[in-house]
Design a protein around this ligand. Sequence first.
Ligand code: SF4
Length: 147
Amino acid sequence: MNISTLIHSTHRKKFNVFPEILKKQKYHLIEKNSAVKKCRWLHKSLTENKVCYKQKFYGIQSHKCIQMTPTLSCNLKCKFCWRAHPTDIGIPENLKASNIDPEILVEKTIEAQRNILSGYKSQVILGKIDKKKYEESLNPCHAGYKS
Ligand code: SF4
């Protein structure tokens, strides 16, 4: 096996493993390069009535806010960034290429958030989470972008 075949196969293996690692970390993947993850303030807002500073300062209600990224891999690569870039850890460059239609991305993001929220239904039934607030959370209108 020559070196380019070896590198290519190593990249392919990592490419296949990468989504699994993210899923284990509770990312809800949207196609190859976008994801939603439950924000701890969404959880705290529903279960403890505690909210993110953006609710206090800007009125962005934590229970209606989605923590998401449209791009799992950085597409800027600023010179002094401390983060590992995809190619540093063997993730192929083409992971960045996401051609998802923005409207579909928004729809799938909301769908992923509703999936996350479905885990709270039993607490709503038990009266531990306010029903009205829970219903509001099913129609999110903010997104906190994470890079
Ligand atoms: S702005 Fe960010 S931290 Fe605040 S509730 Fe939204 S996703 Fe969470």
